[in-house]
Design a protein around this ligand. Structure first.
Ligand code: PGA
Length: 249
């Protein structure tokens, strides 16, 4: 069993005061653990990375970005380089989230370039994949995941510098989740597909994401090949996010 990673994707939420309060609260809880059995990662919006980094300093919590540009620097107004995230103390960055794929037209190749940039900067990429509702209804969930792994995982990815997050698009922010059997099927499939990309697929952490909350985390995190959670809405409430983390072990 791999050590679970419980990652909070705050998305475009939080002003300074809320972000600091949430981060401090979680940092204190994590630091109080004798020997925490899980890793916890906070991915605040870009505006709060520095502030949250200060709030969690010394707690053992990990810090990450929600996106990065493929280039290390240059004329890319509004974008953030992976090196800049690393400079702020980030260890991880989410790439290819379905909201970026949809809202910003990111295709697999762009996601692979971003993941590659993350690795270049010494960050762990969290590469998001997952089918839409119509793809699932058409029976294409596994095919879509295969295609996204083939296209979004760059050469040079390893079990050390990459995490996969399986997030069915129809489960994100909807309160709906796949059955445990469906999660088990997709995660096993993802692990098998990863053997085309890395020499030790068994060591790649595969997170489940999409409407994870305190009340369903226990069963979802117990599904084989589920090595943690990528949590959106429920990561904005300290009690709820902490409950998810505790239910994961
Ligand atoms: P959700 O989002 O937990 O709010 O469904 C998950 C995600 O988009 O990472």
């Amino acid at each position: 069993m791999l050590r679970k990673l419980i990652a909070g994707n705050w998305k475009m939420n939080g002003l300074k005061a809320d972000g600091v309060a949430l981060a401090r609260d979680l940092g204190i809880r994590y630091a109080e653990q004798e020997d925490p059995a899980f890793d916890m990662l906070l991915c605040p919006p870009a505006t709060l990375i520095s502030t949250v980094g200060e709030a969690i300093a010394g707690s053992g919590l990990l810090l990450g970005g929600q996106d990065c540009h493929a280039a290390a620097s240059g004329a890319h107004t509004g974008d953030t380089a992976a090196e800049m995230l690393a400079d702020l103390g980030c260890t991880h960055v989410i790439v290819g989230h379905s909201e970026r794929r949809t809202n910003h037209g990111e295709i697999d190749l762009a996601v692979a370039e971003k993941a590659n940039a993350a690795h270049r900067a010494g960050l762990v990429s969290i590469i998001c994949i997952g089918e839409t509702e119509s793809e699932r209804d058409a029976g294409d969930a596994l095919t879509v995941c295969s295609r996204q792994i083939a296209g979004s995982v760059p050469a040079g990815a390893t079990s050390d510098n990459m995490v996969i997050a399986y997030e069915p698009v129809w489960a994100i922010g909807t309160g709906r989740t796949p059955t445990n059997a469906d999660v088990a099927e997709v995660h096993a499939h993802i692990r098998a597909e990863l053997s085309r990309k890395v020499s030790d697929p068994d060591n790649v952490r595969i997170l489940y994401g999409g409407s994870v909350k305190g009340s369903n985390a226990g069963e979802l995190m117990a599904v084989p090949n589920v090595d943690g959670a990528l949590v959106g809405g429920a990561s904005l409430k300290a009690d709820e996010f902490w409950t998810i983390a505790q239910a994961s072990v």
